[in-house]
Design a protein around this ligand. Structure first.
Ligand SMILES: [Zn+2]
Ligand SMILES: [Zn+2]
Length: 425
């Protein structure tokens, strides 16, 4: 038995082929669809000063309190591996004066995020998100448009049983009043709250909505609903948002206890969920954040965005059979001279856009044919001494065993006929 000298550190994983095909499929589709809506890619560093995330996500959140991947660098500065994408994009937006670009400014990103959670099934310390952020639009059509774009992507990927859950969590004008109401309610039920909620509810009572403990969940279902306390502007914004969703034919349900566990959201929050893995799971989530740019020192800039959790999406896609790309041609050669010719043929086929794999002349005809099968190649091209003499190749279609001899000159068109199942070769 061989024993590996090195292994991944706890809580992270390798992503291997053929699974990586699925990752590429998602990334390619996302890039294509996002660009239809005018989004350009932004790439920010995966490390930032810790303070950036503490200030944006919120001090008393689970992410900041328990889950950040934080360390001190050699100069003693507190550095954090990004736990999400929005804070970095907003920082870059301000630092690079991107608000001077014509509005709206739209960006998408795609890459690894980090949270120092206790590793468990389906949860990794390095995970991946594709997300978008759009700036400078007040109109609630922006959120509806973001959801439409997400919907289009998920449908293109063949996702089923989707729903959109939406809510409004108000603005700095109406939320404080609601918080007071909620605080009163929670104080009356203090005995049943979990230790975290007991400690945190005073500073931010909304946090109790995100608690996973059954007791807290039960208490929160009886809590006053934020949508009943929205100010006129927020109420109007929410109403118009819902009417846009209807117009765009996007099914949704209002979930008054969804507040999203981050500090920076204002007004609209949403989640796309699916029941495809049994229980209801969020595939993507996002919302509006109209005050964050200003809080970070930029000009007053309304904004909204969302992020897709890649790992969960890939798990959902794996439910359906998928075919990884396979070689069009596997070239089998017997003897040194034949192998030299095989190299030339492989090169010319690849230049013609055909995927060609080689045996490099190793092994018997039988073992090379077996390898062609294992690669799941469409055709095997066989070059032996006889073929060399005649200036031909034996071409065998592996799906049905159909076989014939083709000339080395004009090879490519013959091969394409075999691949297309034209029997008149
Ligand atoms: Zn409001
Ligand atoms: Zn709790």
């Amino acid at each position: 038995m061989m024993s590996a000298k090195f292994r991944t550190i706890k809580g992270v994983q390798d992503i291997l082929p053929p699974r990586t095909c699925l990752w590429q499929r998602v990334e390619d589709a996302a890039k294509r669809i996002f660009s239809l809506y005018g989004f350009s890619e932004i790439r920010t560093p995966i490390i930032e000063f810790t303070e950036l995330f503490v200030r944006s996500i919120g001090e008393d959140t689970d992410i900041v309190e328990k889950e950040m991947y934080t360390f001190h660098d050699r100069a003693g500065r507190s550095i954090t591996l990004r736990p999400e994408g929005t804070a970095s994009v907003v920082r870059a937006f301000i630092q690079n004066n991107l608000y001077n670009l014509p509005a709206p400014q739209k960006f998408y990103y795609c890459g690894p995020m980090f949270r120092y959670e206790r590793p468990q099934k389906g949860r990794y310390r390095q995970f991946h998100q594709i997300g978008v952020e759009a700036f400078s639009i007040d109109d609630p059509y922006l959120e509806a448009e973001l959801i439409e774009m997400l919907w289009l992507l998920l449908e293109e990927l063949g996702m089923e049983n989707l729903n959109t859950e939406v809510n409004s969590i108000g603005c700095p004008e109406c939320r404080p009043d609601y918080k007071k109401k909620l605080l009163n309610y929670l104080e009356g039920n203090l005995g049943s709250l979990c230790a975290d909620c007991k400690r945190r509810y005073r500073h931010n009572p909304l946090r109790v909505f995100d608690c996973k403990f059954p007791n807290c969940k039960e208490i929160i279902t009886g809590a006053p609903k934020i949508t009943e306390f929205l100010c006129e502007n927020c109420g109007d914004h929410f109403k118009r948002f819902l009417s846009y969703l209807k117009k765009l034919d996007i099914p949704y349900s209002i979930n008054p206890s969804m507040v999203r566990g981050l500090d920076y959201y204002t007004r609209t929050v949403f989640e796309i969920t699916t029941t495809s893995l049994g229980a209801q799971n969020a595939v993507a989530a996002g919302g509006r954040y109209d005050t964050l740019v200003e809080e970070f020192g930029g000009p007053r800039t309304p904004a909204a965005g969302f992020a897709i959790g890649m790992e969960r999406l890939i798990t959902l896609l794996e439910e359906k059979p998928f075919e990884p790309p396979k070689p069009d041609v596997y070239i089998i050669s017997l003897g040194e001279d034949a192998t030299d010719v095989a190299y030339t043929i492989a090169s010319s086929l690849r230049r013609e856009g055909l995927q060609a794999e080689l045996s490099y002349g190793t092994g018997s005809l039988k073992s090379q044919l077996r390898r062609a099968d294992r690669f799941n190649a469409s055709l095997a091209l066989i070059i032996g001494e006889d073929e060399l003499k005649r200036g031909t190749l034996t071409c065998k279609r592996l799906s049905d065993g159909f076989q014939g001899e083709i000339k080395m000159t004009g090879l490519v068109s013959d091969i394409k006929r075999y691949l297309n199942h034209d029997q008149d070769t």
